[in-house]
Write a protein that binds this ligand. Sequence first.
Ligand SMILES: C[S@@+](CC[C@H](N)C(=O)[O-])C[C@H]1O[C@@H](n2cnc3c(N)ncnc32)[C@H](O)[C@@H]1O
Length: 245
Amino acid sequence: MAKTKFHFIDDYRNLVNDLIQAHPLHQAMSMAVGGNFEAFGEIEKQLLIGYGLQPEHTIIDIGCGSGRLAKSLMSHLTTGCFLGTDVVQALLDYAKQDCPSSWQFQLVEEIRIPYATNCADYCTFFSVFTHLLHEESYCYLLEARRTVKKGGLIIFSFLEYPYNWEIFEATVNNILMGKPNVHLNTFISRAAIECWVQHLGLSIVAIHAATAPFINLPQPVLLDGGQKIEGMVALGQSVAVLKVN
Ligand SMILES: C[S@@+](CC[C@H](N)C(=O)[O-])C[C@H]1O[C@@H](n2cnc3c(N)ncnc32)[C@H](O)[C@@H]1O
């Protein structure tokens, strides 16, 4: 029988339902996007500011989850526009709390960006291509190229060897123990990104290794374990910055 749903819908809806059953809401909403809610929101925001994000810009955040980036952007994106999309309604409901009423949070069930052509300054995918097939990520890049203006940026984080070996190893161990994974963990090579970019007619502005400290934190931030980080920091996933020509 033909499948009627993309894999990522059940993957993420089941994960979020399980977390909501097992934890207080704020904790579940943070765990659903990888934890360190405030700290990583700030790091993602400073990464974008480092790449020129201005208060009046329009940003589309695909796979916005529970709003880690949206909530930290409230202090910076004061006159601009924000669209966040996700496949899980519970995450979007949490994300939109306290955000400006003009900001949009939209449920998607396919690889689609519900936004007009040539209108956005930025389209971001933080830890989203990490859970999609390469072909699905490429389809999202086609959509991002459509929605982002000429000169605008498409920024995505990705798992890369050898930096994210522990995630590969954890997935291998789950398989060895007969445990299915809750969602895909996909690695992307720079060769794949170069090939995609060539076919898409985009330019590579930069590719930062997961361990490269290229994000400037003007204020220290606290990780969930209480550890303080400050100054130039790395994201922990590699980051590709692409320009629409
Ligand atoms: C690891 S979380 C990261 C969330 C957010 N980008 C952040 O950095 O806080 C991945 C998110 O992508 C969402 N997601 C997974 N597949 C998706 C798809 N095809 N389209 C949009 N969102 C998707 C998940 O529901 C989840 O919220």
